[in-house]
Design a binder for this molecule. Structure first.
Ligand SMILES: *[C@@H]1O[C@H](CO)[C@@H](O)[C@H](O)[C@H]1NC(C)=O
Ligand SMILES: *[C@@H]1O[C@H](CO)[C@@H](O)[C@H](O)[C@H]1NC(C)=O
Ligand SMILES: *[C@@H]1O[C@H](CO)[C@@H](O)[C@H](O)[C@H]1NC(C)=O
Ligand SMILES: *[C@@H]1O[C@H](CO)[C@@H](O)[C@H](O)[C@H]1NC(C)=O
Length: 520
């Protein structure tokens, strides 16, 4: 009896540790931290509220509390809640009842009836907070509508619907309105700046003013700045820092999808595309981490209703990059369906993690795979120690673990051995005499105590730098691979050039930094 009690107290404690933060948040170099200095990794999902009707989506299908709990259960600790500026500046628009809004656009009575039954009063932010889900308020557009086109009038300061003064007023109103809710931890100033009028000078002029206005209205929140060209380009910040009157609250954000650069992922040389995307991400925004700023990948996602070739390839490459840098992020999107999107009633969200009824997870396997990036593995030195490496395999979302009998297997990254990648490219388990060794072509890779010579050096090669190549006894080169039964083997390196076109995903690994979290 006593033992069970102790155990349950312990598990409760670990749940508390995992889910409660000493808010508000601030920044400590490239990390987002809480009041006690512990890293808080934002693992968010986007929940749209910015489309035509300005009502948080899904509330006709489920009670808001049920959705909040679901978000938590899926392993997300935060929501990026999108809203249009007009919601915060136009009292007439804001005060129309949901019922009237729905009637005005002729939504079916059934939708209205279900909404009223499930959610007689809506307080989305309150419900999220009650469930310990943090909220980033994201100004997505000015005029409520589906986003984003080059010339939709919402793209850049001065565009038809994007009046900078009204925008500042809206940001101020939103910041003020949620000032007393500690779970509102950040404000994204504006989503995906873009279009013919975009330019860096106006970006500084208005983003700095917007950030100051938000900070003045609510000094607790992180102020999050998006780049140009659909939030892919912050390169100009490298040589001209953002100038603000306050410190430790500035975060940058970046977006990346498989479709961000047209149809590149459907091309021939997948390995080179991955190398290019990684370079683009680094030059466009990733460099900010090295300059000491947190980077929030506030939109990424894939078509989960189909999950085709290009999304599969993209996901492998993208997860490797995310694991390497241990960035904060928000998946697009929670949405199962929209009340009304671009004229379509009950429009399905192909990228949604929930099904159109907002009840089931659309792709469990995908959620499992991304759980690897839901937990922090690096952080400020005060709360992390024993720096080492893990060997991550993005295709499975798993890491290389030792197993009895000098063998290795794929398993949960949180159970990873403490690997060391030596200057000679040996992959050894720290504090042991064991290293990873190839046994020959198409044979399992194993652990060995003879850690020099053939089969023991693993060099990241190729454009993606994700192939781990080694030299076998006959002087031929082979790459670490995972077969269809998830066994670690070495096979001939594949897809290294346009000549042998294929998908190298099974041969992609990322040797990434990890530290042990010091739990208090
Ligand atoms: C507020 O929205 C209503 C309805 O769309 C519109 O008629 C009105 O002009 C708006 N008011 C302001 C001040 O923008
Ligand atoms: C929907 O509700 C309105 C007002 O309650 C009513 O006038 C109308 O007839 C209803 N429409 C249908 C199709 O049931
Ligand atoms: C990768 O980028 C290089 C340099 O910009 C370009 O020449 C090459 O075509 C790109 N490769 C692919 C496969 O898109
Ligand atoms: C990288 O950026 C260049 C220039 O913007 C673009 O043409 C290319 O398609 C991008 N490549 C990838 C893989 O994102």
């Amino acid at each position: 009896m006593a033992k069970t009690l102790i155990l349950s107290v312990f598990s409760l404690l670990s749940i508390l540790l995992a889910t409660s933060y000493a808010l508000p948040l601030s920044t400590d170099s490239r990390w987002i931290v809480d009041e006690s200095g512990q890293r808080v990794k934002l693992a968010c999902v986007n929940w749209p509220s910015h489309v035509e009707l300005m009502v948080t989506e899904g509330l006709n299908e489920q009670p808001v509390d049920a959705i909040s709990k679901k978000i938590r259960d899926m392993g997300f600790n935060c929501v990026r809640l999108t809203y249009p500026i007009y919601l915060a500046t136009n009292d007439t628009l804001a005060s129309i009842s949901v019922r009237q809004t729905f009637l005005n656009v002729g939504l079916p009575n059934r939708t209205i009836a279900k909404f009223q039954a499930y959610n007689p009063s809506i307080a989305v932010v309150t419900s999220l907070g009650k469930n310990k889900v943090m909220v980033i308020l994201d100004n997505h557009v000015s005029k409520p509508q589906w986003c984003c086109k080059q010339t939709d009038g919402n793209g850049f300061f001065g565009d038809k619907y994007f009046n900078p003064e009204l925008w500042i007023k809206g940001l101020t109103n939103m910041a003020t309105r949620f000032r007393d809710n500690p779970y509102v931890v950040g404000m994204s100033l504006r989503n995906e700046l873009r279009g013919p009028n975009q330019n860096a000078n106006d970006w500084y002029k208005y983003m700095q003013r917007g950030a100051e206005a938000v900070h003045k209205a609510n000094p607790n929140v992180l102020t999050i700045l998006s780049g140009l060209s659909y939030d892919s380009d912050l390169s100009f910040v490298a040589n001209r820092p953002v100038s603000l009157s306050y410190t430790n609250k500035l975060v940058f954000e970046v977006h990346q999808y498989a479709f961000s650069n047209g149809r590149v992922w459907e091309g021939i040389n997948v390995d080179e595309v991955c190398g290019n995307m990684t370079k683009n991400l680094t030059d466009g925004a990733g460099f900010l981490v090295d300059q000491g700023f947190p980077l929030f990948v506030s939109e990424w996602g894939v078509d989960l209703s189909y999950f085709g070739k290009r999304d599969k390839r993209f996901t492998n490459c993208f997860l490797a990059w995310m694991v390497e840098h241990d960035l904060d992020w928000a998946l697009w999107a929670l949405t199962g369906s929209y009340y009304l999107r671009e004229g379509q009633v009950n429009a399905k969200e192909q990228f949604g993690i929930l099904d159109p009824k907002w009840t089931h997870i659309r792709n469990e396997r995908f959620l499992q795979r991304i759980s690897v990036i839901q937990y922090p593995r690096q952080g400020p030195e005060a709360s992390f120690r024993n720096k080492h490496k893990m060997i991550f395999h993005p295709l499975t979302g798993l890491c290389i673990l030792s197993k009895p009998g000098m063998e290795v297997q794929l398993g949960n990254c949180s159970k990873s051995n403490h690997w060391n990648h030596t200057p000679e490219n040996t992959l050894e388990i720290k504090g042991s005499y064991l290293c990873l060794k190839a046994q020959g072509l198409n044979l399992p890779a194993k652990l060995s105590t003879s850690c020099r010579g053939e089969g023991t050096s693993w060099a990241p090669i190729s454009d993606s730098k994700l192939h781990l190549a080694t030299t076998l006894s006959n002087n031929s080169t082979a790459c670490l691979d995972v077969d269809s039964q998830n066994n670690l083997i070495t096979t001939s390196c594949k897809c290294l050039s346009e000549k042998n076109k294929c998908d190298p995903g099974s041969q992609w690994f990322k040797i990434a930094d990890v530290s042990d979290l010091i739990s208090s």
